[in-house]
Design a protein around this ligand. Structure first.
Ligand code: CA
Length: 731
């Protein structure tokens, strides 16, 4: 039995690693790991294994710091492309590759897995779980996948349609697969599993549509479910229910949760996890409520705890062996703005007020940077990392003092709230540099209009279920106004001092939705961005030291490894994710249209590979049929478009650069073809399913009328802009 030695052996190993210090254990495992593959000791000691990258955030504390210093602030100018690999998907790429024994493993959009020789880029094997295309409408934020977990000689993958799959690391062959969700509901998996002591831990997403969130553990040997931890009550909590759920039920309107209209309460665990082997605590972040608008979920009083809706927007600590609850901290009680606490969790030890503390850090969507005691969950501090207006401040007990005007669930009135649903920081991983004592945050500033929808009813069949009018914030067709509004959406790389709770330095990006981060012992921070660039910054000062033209927006976090003693830096490029599929790709920044070219980029000092020439992005002029529908029909189409179409085809039908631009659709001029696509679902294998359960044929045609009207508005705009450009050119 591999684990017979148990935790005592781990702890001993941990102590040994701790005494070696950085550098001394540089080649602890060398480039090669041995026949047994990944063990508990290797995962606990991953910080000392500089060659490989065997777990999602590199180490259980998820610092995304590599001590490798061969590439450093002095020589990073010589960093260049060693090899690249084109992906066979053209959607958002968010994965962190794993590297073991000189082989690199990654996941791509549509939950596909690929293996390469990590030094040469030679493809080794491919695995496609064949996720049905129609799963695409069950996801809020693109058909992405963020990575794998490793244990023994197996790799574990969560698929978009909710399966957990064990693959043979040598061949990519399936060893077992289990369905972890009710596939009749809008559950999805985009996050990377983690493995603790032979247990594969995975959560799921879907809170925009309406599900009840949980995280669960499966036996790495055969996929059998070992425990399941629900994050919200189901309204029927009795004596049999675990105490933590009975306690949570006190903070909900359980009648709503029990009713036939209930859409599950939300609270999905779709991304972050971290583990402290000494305390034996697994930490995870919990998502937003279903629906967003708390007025339809659980009306309660502010400040009394009655409407807190535990464990939404919380950080929760549990025992990984049993799933037993230990503590929680709720960042946003009574969450109503999609303020998830699913963002990256980093564990570190640091001196706070003269005392050595074991802390847990998070910059959740709500705009505050939190430092907690990870042993007890005690609140230590929280300060704004971006401007926000939903809370006056976080009080000494760790509870927010709300701005009453931002509580749209109580006022019933629209309000412009900062941050909006994209948050001040989304899924993009941060990094922590222990030498600098800094957390690097891929932050952004994007406010949003939240307009409560009157007499809203959930639709369990299709579409977003948020209880707000998602069309309320649509921009007018005026290009000047659109550019101005896009200009207010900012992207920042921030170096945050978690003890002083203030920024040490900030890099302003040309646009938002920039990549995840890597910090290294070479004094560098690596980040891709929405300006189609991959860059290295001085970890201490923020000075940009190197950059590479990536041809595509980069959102995924970089990682680094060595093969035969040579250091490589890898990043999966490919624009996508929640902002990318809803924003006009031409206006994201002023650096030209950002596009998706999905490709793994791998760098080393003196690399000599070159990317192929970039294809021109051709946008044919808009050529819609004339708009002849009545104002009433167009208004109906606008309303239905906002609820059922905007999440994939962009608000106001402006068209992102990732998913089909409906203004340019070939079916726009043909009522029958449009109906075949939207009502009958003839393109379901591409992800465009039938909406017949939610939309009548008349409503489907009203949406067509609305898109035609919008296309004509934008056509007039294009012509005016072209005429103006011609005049300027003549001057
Ligand atoms: Ca959400």
């Amino acid at each position: 039995m591999i684990f017979a030695t148990g935790k005592a052996a781990w702890a001993a190993k941990l102590l040994v690693l701790g005494t070696l210090g950085v550098g001394a254990c540089n080649e602890m495992y060398g480039d090669v790991m041995g026949d047994g593959g990944v063990t508990a000791e290797m995962l606990v000691g991953a910080g000392g294994d500089h060659a490989n990258w065997i777990s999602h955030g590199r180490t259980y504390d998820e610092q995304r710091f590599s001590p490798l210093d061969q590439v450093n602030a002095e020589n990073v100018g010589e960093l260049d492309l060693a090899w690249y690999a084109d992906m066979d998907t053209a959607r958002g790429q968010e994965a962190t590759p794993l590297v073991m024994d000189g082989k690199l493993y990654l996941t791509t959009a549509w939950s596909k897995v690929k293996a390469f020789d990590a030094a040469t880029g030679k493809p080794l094997w491919d695995y496609d779980p064949e996720v049905p295309g129609e799963t695409g409408v069950k996801v809020c934020c693109d058909v992405v996948n963020r990575g794998l977990a490793a244990w023994g000689n197996s790799l574990f993958l969560g698929t978009l349609d909710g399966r957990l799959v064990s693959l043979d690391r040598d061949t990519g062959e399936v060893q077992w697969e289990v369905v972890t969700v009710d596939q009749s509901m809008a559950y999805s998996i985009t996050g990377a599993p983690r493995v603790i002591d032979g247990k594969v831990i995975i959560g799921n997403g879907g809170a925009e549509f309406g599900v009840r969130g949980y995280v669960a553990a499966y036996d790495a040997a055969d996929g059998s479910e070992l425990w399941r931890f629900y994050t919200v009550p189901d309204g029927n909590e009795g004596g049999e229910s675990p105490q933590y759920l009975q306690d949570a039920a006190e903070t909900w309107n359980t009648e709503v949760l029990r009713s036939s209209d209930s859409i599950g309460g939300g609270g999905t665990v779709w991304d972050s996890m971290a583990y402290d082997p000494e305390l034996d605590l697994l930490y995870f972040g919990v998502g937003n409520g279903s629906p967003w608008n708390q007025a339809y979920r659980s009306p309660g009083e502010d400040g009394t705890g009655e409407g807190d809706n535990l464990y939404l927007s919380s950080i929760v600590a549990i025992r990984p062996d049993t799933g037993e609850y230990v503590w929680h901290y709720q960042t946003t009680p009574g969450e109503t703005w999609d303020y998830t606490a699913t963002q990256h969790i980093i564990l570190a030890d640091m001196e706070v007020d003269g005392e050595k503390r074991k802390v847990l850090m998070q910059a959740p969507k709500n705009g505050f940077f939190y430092v907690l005691d990870r042993e007890t969950g005690e609140f230590i501090s929280a300060e704004e990392y971006i401007p926000q207006n939903w809370a006056e401040r976080i009080d000494e007990s760790g509870r927010p003092i709300f701005n009453p005007e931002a509580r749209i669930d109580k006022t019933g009135q629209p309000a412009l709230v900062m941050p909006g649903p994209l948050g001040g920081h989304n899924w993009h991983p941060m990094a922590y540099h222990p030498g600098e004592g800094l957390v690097y945050i891929p932050a952004f500033e994007a406010a949003s209009v939240y307009a409560p929808e009157e007499n809203w009813k959930p639709d369990v069949a299709r579409g977003f279920n948020v209880g707000f009018n998602l069309g309320a914030g649509d921009l007018p067709p005026d290009l000047g106004i659109r550019k101005e509004v896009y200009g207010t959406v900012k992207g920042k790389l921030m170096a945050w001092d978690p003890v002083a709770q203030e920024a040490r330095w900030v890099v302003e990006h040309a646009g938002p939705w920039n990549g995840g981060l890597l910090a290294t012992g070479g004094g560098l921070v690596f980040q891709g961005n929405s300006s189609s660039e991959f860059a290295a910054y001085n970890a201490g000062s923020g000075e940009k030291l190197w950059s590479f033209g990536a041809q595509t927006g980069v959102v995924a976090p970089p990682m680094t490894y060595t093969v035969n003693g040579e250091q490589y830096v890898a990043v999966l490029a490919g624009w996508g994710g929640a902002y990318a599929i809803t924003a006009d790709g031409h206006l994201v920044n002023d650096q030209g249209p950002v596009r998706n070219i999905s490709r793994l980029l791998v760098f080393k000092l003196g690399g000599e590979a070159e990317l192929p020439e970039m294809r021109e992005l051709v946008n044919l002029p808009l050529d819609p049929p004339p708009s002849r529908a009545s104002a009433e029909e167009i208004a109906l189409g606008k309303e239905k478009y906002a609820r059922y179409c905007a999440v994939c085809h962009a608000p106001a039908a402006v068209g992102s650069t990732v998913l089909p631009d409906l203004r340019r659709s070939g079916t726009l001029g043909n009522a029958r073809s449009w109906e075949a696509v939207v009502h009958e679902g003839i393109l379901k294998d591409n992800g465009m399913v039938s909406f017949a359960d939610s939309l009548s044929k008349e409503e489907v045609q009203a949406i067509r009328a609305y898109v035609i009207a919008r296309a004509n508005e934008d056509k007039a705009l294009e012509e005016a802009t072209a005429a103006e450009a011609e005049q300027v050119a003549r001057r």
